[in-house]
Write a protein that binds this ligand. Structure first.
Ligand SMILES: CC(C)(COP(=O)(O)OP(=O)(O)OC[C@H]1O[C@@H](n2cnc3c(N)ncnc32)[C@H](O)[C@@H]1OP(=O)(O)O)[C@@H](O)C(=O)NCCC(=O)NCCS
Length: 189
C-alpha cells in the first residue's frame, strides 16, 4: 500500500525546554507554587486584562498547578514557566492553546510578574516561543488577542513580529469579563 506523508501536518512534541538570552522556559513543577502565587495569580493588575480571575488563596493556584502538570502528559500541550536564568525565580508564563490541527493554528497568551514589567521580557520570550511553534511544531497561523486598553501587550506583539489584523469582540468564559474589546494580531509563516 502506498503511503503519502502529509507535509502540512503539525508535529506535536509537547512543552520542550527553550533557552533565551536571559530566561529558561520549561514545564511547571510543584516547587513553583509560591512564585506563581506571589508573582501573578494573586495580583489583580496582572489579571486585569486577562481571561482569568485572581486566585483567592494559594490553594486555588495549587489546584491549577496540579492540573497543568497533569496535562504535560499530552503531546499537544504547550505551557511554559518563564524562569530567570540567574535567580531561578519563576516570573511568568506563556502558552499556546485553542489548537486547530488542520488549520495549523493556535493562540498564544502570556503573563509576566508586575515587578519585572517593561524590561523586554515578554518580547524576548514571545519571539522564542513563536520560533519554537513555527519551526519545531509546524504552526503556520498563530493568533493573539489583547484588550484594547492593554497597550503594553500590543507593543509586545508588534515587537515580536506579529501583524495587527482587526479589532474584535472576544467572548471569555470568565464570570467578570464576558466580553472584551480586543485587538487581534497574527503571526503567519
Ligand atoms: C503585557 C505584559 C506581558 C508585557 O510584559 P513586559 O515584559 O513588560 O513587555 P515588554 O517589556 O517586552 O514590552 C512592553 C512594551 O510596552 C510599553 N508600555 C508599557 N506600558 C505602556 C503604556 N501604558 N503605554 C504605552 N506603552 C506601554 C513598554 O514601554 C514596552 O515598549 P518598549 O520596549 O517600546 O519601551 C505584562 O504587562 C503583563 O504580564 N501584563 C498582565 C498580563 C497580560 O496583560 N498579558 C497579556 C494578555 S493579552
Amino acid at each position: 500500500m502506498l503511503c503519502f506523508k502529509n507535509e502540512t501536518s503539525l508535529k506535536h512534541i509537547g512543552t520542550q525546554d527553550i533557552v533565551t538570552e536571559r530566561f529558561f522556559l520549561r514545564k511547571f513543577q510543584i516547587e513553583d507554587l509560591n512564585d506563581i502565587y506571589n508573582n501573578w495569580t494573586s495580583d489583580s493588575e496582572a489579571a486585569k486584562y486577562n481571561a482569568w480571575k485572581i486566585h483567592s488563596s494559594i490553594n486555588v493556584t495549587k489546584e491549577y498547578l496540579n492540573e497543568w502538570i497533569k496535562q504535560y502528559e499530552k503531546k499537544d500541550y504547550y505551557l511554559w514557566a518563564i524562569t530567570d536564568k540567574k535567580s531561578k525565580e519563576v516570573i511568568g508564563s506563556i502558552s499556546a492553546s485553542n489548537i486547530k490541527n488542520k488549520k495549523l493554528y493556535c493562540e498564544i497568551g502570556y503573563t509576566v510578574s508586575r515587578k519585572y514589567w517593561n524590561k523586554g521580557i515578554a518580547t524576548e520570550v514571545l519571539i522564542n516561543v513563536l520560533n519554537f511553534l513555527t519551526i519545531k511544531v509546524g504552526f503556520k497561523n498563530i493568533r493573539a488577542y489583547h484588550d484594547v486598553k492593554n497597550i503594553a501587550s500590543g507593543k509586545v506583539m508588534q515587537k515580536s513580529g506579529m501583524k495587527y489584523v482587526q479589532n474584535k469582540k472576544q467572548f471569555f468564559l470568565n464570570s467578570e469579563k464576558l466580553v472584551m474589546d480586543c485587538c487581534v494580531y497574527d503571526y503567519k509563516t
